[in-house]
Design a protein around this ligand. Structure first.
Ligand code: SAM
Ligand code: SF4
Length: 325
């Protein structure tokens, strides 16, 4: 499946829930986002049907996300069902890690290959503040368990926010000296908790990289499945550091993905309001050919790029928890 701009679309991100067991300050308000009604959320059977059709059209990789995907009941069933789809090469999951210790073994056995764990501070008090009450020890134990369960390389995603956790960029980067993690730094995006985001809190990826480079020189490494991240290694390090420039340089030219929201909307671009509804056609008995047509339509309308920059606010967008980050 190629879009109008020659990009091969082979990656589908599936949000399985908009609910979460944390309330990260940059993502949600203290009350959380108004939840989507239960009956509006796609069932696993509906998700599996869409995934199978998408794979028949050329999707090779699926990432499960949310909200917090491990907080949805019986997520292992979804993973093992996706794993049975012929032609699907890779299933991964993005999680806050709170329930990872509990589920790492069973999701790995069900066919999950890797996990991305979101972790924005290594200090227990600050972690609790960022997540509004999360316990960092749960997450650290989860990461450890994921590694032992073979969900490797473990990717750790850190959203860098000026004046909040930018003093920890070096500590995060240092983790790769000993551990074979991929520590990825992400630019703070004007999504979610809008009262927190401001141009001053945004740190461009080049600045994040120069802070990490205080530890030592970084040599570029080419990883087979690098996606939007650019990876580097410190001399002799076990792991790598990655930099994801969502805003400052844009990864749009290499964007190979579609997103499916928990309420069944296909989104061709994270930063565009365009959505194509699959839920109603599915529930009114549409044949596979119609779902195929709608998936192809999503690819057809995928924009060339976004016009987001670090000085504007984007109030109309869904928060990440409702899109599936
Ligand atoms: N709950 C899971 C987690 O936290 O990993 C999965 C969903 S979460 C919405 C996915 C990713 O979106 C996380 O890595 C989170 O840090 C990121 N995210 C949420 N809001 C963001 C923002 N305003 N800017 C940058 N990243 C954001
Ligand atoms: Fe939940 Fe993930 Fe949003 Fe944090 S970033 S509130 S863990 S959905």
């Amino acid at each position: 499946m190629k879009d109008h701009y020659g990009r091969k679309i082979d990656y589908l991100r599936i949000s399985v829930t908009d609910r979460c067991n944390l309330r990260c300050i940059y993502c949600m308000s203290p009350e959380g986002v108004k939840p989507i009604k239960h009956r509006e959320i796609l069932s696993y059977e509906e998700i599996i049907r869409i995934a199978a059709i998408a794979v028949s059209l050329g999707v090779k990789k699926i990432r499960i996300t949310g909200g917090e995907p491990l907080a949805r009941k019986n997520i292992t069933y979804l993973i093992s069902s996706l794993n049975n789809i012929k032609g699907l090469e890779d299933i991964s999951l993005t999680t806050n890690g709170v329930l990872l210790e509990k589920y790492a073994d069973e999701i790995a056995q069900a066919g999950l290959r890797r996990v991305n764990v979101s972790l924005d501070s290594l200090r227990a008090d600050k972690y609790a503040k960022i997540t509004r009450g999360g316990d960092i020890d749960n997450v650290l134990r989860g990461i450890d368990k994921a590694e032992r369960a073979g969900l490797i390389p473990v990717k750790i995603n850190m959203v860098a926010i000026r004046g909040f956790n930018d003093d920890e960029i070096e500590d995060f980067a240092k983790m790769t000296l000993e551990k074979s993690y991929q520590v990825r730094f992400i630019e703070f995006m004007p999504l979610g908790a809008r009262d927190l985001w401001s141009p001053e809190k945004y740190i461009p990826i080049n600045e994040i990289k120069s802070i990490a480079e205080k530890i030592g020189p970084l040599t570029p490494v080419r990883l087979r499945k690098s996606g939007p991240a650019r990876y580097f290694r410190f001399e002799g390090a076990s792991g790598v550091v990655g930099f994801i420039n969502a805003i400052s340089h844009q990864f749009c030219t290499e964007c190979n993905r579609l997103r499916l929201t928990a309420d069944g909307k296909l989104r061709p671009c994270l930063f565009s309001e365009t959505e194509i509804d699959l839920k109603n056609p599915l529930r009114s008995g549409a044949p596979d050919s119609e779902i195929e047509r709608l998936i192809k339509l999503a690819i057809e309308v995928k924009p060339e790029g976004h016009n987001l920059n670090c000085t504007k606010e984007f109030n109309a967008l869904r928060p990440m928890s409702k899109i599936g980050g």
